[in-house]
Design a protein around this ligand. Structure first.
Ligand code: IYR
Length: 221
């Protein structure tokens, strides 16, 4: 059965508006940087709610919206997450990571210590649904769940940046410990752990550049 349909709420802009808005947006997102030094200053929950609701507007396979966002401000939960993540990261840096991977990370100066998981006021754990669970407990197929969660995460990071917050995409691997700490069911699989807050005063970031448009885009006209 097909859905009932209603009119599209589309806002047609003038060419001048399109040019200025796209250029402005480009400049705004170009200022986004991954931050690893956070201030403990609190961020109100309603700002995080707006950003997560924005992420929930992302397109998804068969509109199944196969994502779940767990926003954590509770210091005790953040402490447990830090302990779980650092245990995985120690394994990663000391044993699991191949030399080639460690060499690729060396310029970033990362290590197994993750104090920001306790310092930053919010952690947002993004889960994707590997399968759905019906009313009677039966498994339901999900289409492109990771891809969909990835698109939603992109919207979330951009929304948080637009709201004036710094973020870090953190992927301790494996992340299954998050299901235990956060009490999420087996069908929800951790996708990424986002750290959000204000940067610490005087925070620095690596002096790295984005690829030029010519390197990332091909136009056939
Ligand atoms: N998860 C580890 C290692 C790491 C991996 C990649 I790929 C990065 O871009 C950055 C870090 C960590 O968070 O330290």
């Amino acid at each position: 059965m097909t859905h009932a349909r209603h009119p599209l709420a589309f806002e047609r802009l003038t060419l001048d508006e399109m040019r200025s808005r796209s250029a402005q947006f480009r400049a705004e997102v170009a200022r986004r940087r991954t931050v690893r030094d956070f201030s403990p200053e609190p961020v109100p929950r309603d700002v995080i709610e707006h950003c997560i609701a924005a992420a929930g507007t992302a397109p998804s396979g068969a509109n199944q919206q196969p994502w779940r966002f767990v926003a954590i401000a509770d210091p005790a939960v953040r402490k447990s997450i830090r302990e779980g993540a650092e245990a995985e990261e120690r394994e990663f840096y000391e044993r699991r990571a191949p030399d080639e991977w460690l060499a690729a990370l060396a310029p970033l100066g990362t290590d197994a210590s993750k104090p920001f998981l306790e310092t930053a006021p919010w952690l947002i754990a993004v889960f994707y649904e590997a399968y759905g669970v019906g009313e009677g407990g039966e498994r339901q197929k999900r289409y492109y769940p990771m891809d969909s969660a990835g698109i939603a995460t992109g919207v979330l990071i951009t929304a948080l940046h637009h709201a004036g917050l710094a973020t870090l995409t953190h992927t301790p691997s494996p992340m299954a410990f998050l299901n235990g700490i956060l009490g999420r069911p087996d069908n929800e699989r951790p996708f990424v752990l986002l750290v959000a807050g204000y940067p610490a005063p005087g925070a620095t970031v690596p002096a790295i550049a984005r690829k030029a448009l010519e390197e990332i885009a091909v136009f056939l006209e």
